[in-house]
Design a protein around this ligand. Structure first.
Ligand code: SAM
Ligand code: SF4
Length: 314
């Protein structure tokens, strides 16, 4: 289905929880968040029903996110329910990777097609510093488990944070020589805890091209401009939501873990889907798609959304 700007909207990012076992400094407060009442959040059945209604409205790809989707009770049931929807072409999941040692194979068996793993650093002590409670070794074991389960086309998402991991870009890119992975670099977006960070933390991903001149342009896939090192098995993706906004080609809608539809990650406007069913639910989704905001305003001001990223899903 097309929105009023003529963009085809066929991609839903569904947040299945706002809880997380990490506390990444740019995403969540150190003490975590107040656990909301069960009845305020989407149930397993709600997630599947919203997915089905979205597919009726033209969505062909669903990504499960969070918070950390793998801490969500019933995550495998949600995956199985969504996978059974006729016309859904791709079911993906974005994770911090820490629970993949136990869950990679069950996720594969439940019908997940692709995994994105967030990985901001390859240095264990930095990893602990950034995530405040994560262990690099768990994620690295998770990567091995994902590969063993058949997720061969892994994508890794690194948020580029000036003064924290900008000296590791070449090490991360070097992984593509021997692995068919896509290493993606994403600009830090000023929202939630990082909205007040020093501007030196916010770097354009274009600086990566200056620092790695051997990267050769390949194509554009979704929101990523892709490059390859000569002879590499994998690719490098640059995602620049701030410096080079991709709103003109945006195909996404989002649903938060408490059931609000957002046409744009950074917009204040939301439509509550909780308690809606059948035709009413579909009509609300159609309305949200049609009135998807034309663009965000991150180049002029911080995000307009009062929510933190863990509630929306990145
Ligand atoms: N917990 C899962 C994970 O970390 O992959 C899924 C949810 S997390 C909110 C999704 C993605 O958003 C992660 O790759 C994370 O690094 C990214 N993210 C969070 N806050 C961000 C920000 N302010 N700017 C850019 N990316 C951000
Ligand atoms: Fe959790 Fe992902 Fe946010 Fe880190 S980025 S705190 S892993 S939701």
């Amino acid at each position: 289905m097309k929105d009023l700007c003529g963009r085809t909207v066929d991609y839903l990012r569904l947040s299945v929880t706002d809880l997380c076992n990490f506390r990444c400094r740019y995403c969540m407060p150190e003490d975590g968040i107040c656990k909301r009442k069960h009845q305020e959040m989407l149930s397993v059945e709600d997630c599947i029903e919203i997915g089905r209604a979205a597919v009726h409205c033209g969505v062909r790809k669903i990504r499960l996110t969070g918070g950390e989707p793998l801490v969500r009770r019933g995550i495998l049931e949600i995956c199985r329910g969504l996978r059974a929807i006729p016309d859904l072409q791709e079911l993906c999941l974005t994770t911090n990777g820490s629970l993949l040692p136990e869950l990679a194979q069950p996720l594969r068996d439940a019908g997940v097609d692709r995994l994105n793993i967030s990985l901001d650093t390859l240095r264990p002590e930095r990893f602990e510093q950034m995530t405040r409670r994560g262990m690099f070794e768990d994620v690295w074991r998770g990567v091995a488990a994902a590969q063993a389960a058949g997720f061969t086309n892994l994508k890794f998402d690194t948020v580029l944070v000036g003064g924290f991991n900008d000296d590791e870009v070449s090490d991360l890119i070097a992984l593509t020589m021997d692995h068919p992975w896509e290493m993606r670099f994403i600009e830090l977006m000023p929202m939630g805890p990082c909205a007040s960070w020093d501007k030196s933390c916010f770097r354009s991903v274009n600086t990566i091209l200056q620092g790695n001149p051997a990267l050769q342009p390949l194509d554009t896939q979704g929101v990523a401009r892709r490059y390859r090192l000569p002879g590499a098995q994998g690719t490098v993706g640059l995602i620049s939501p701030v410096s080079h906004d991709f709103c003109d080609g945006c195909s996404r809608i989002r649903v938060t873990s408490d059931g609000s539809l957002k046409g744009c990650l950074h917009a204040r406007e939301e439509i509550s889907l909780r308690g809606l069913h059948g035709e009413t639910l579909e009509n609300a989704i159609r309305h949200g798609i049609l009135h998807k905001p034309q663009r965000h305003h991150l180049t002029e001001r911080p995000s307009d959304t009062p929510r933190n990223m863990n509630q929306i899903g990145g």
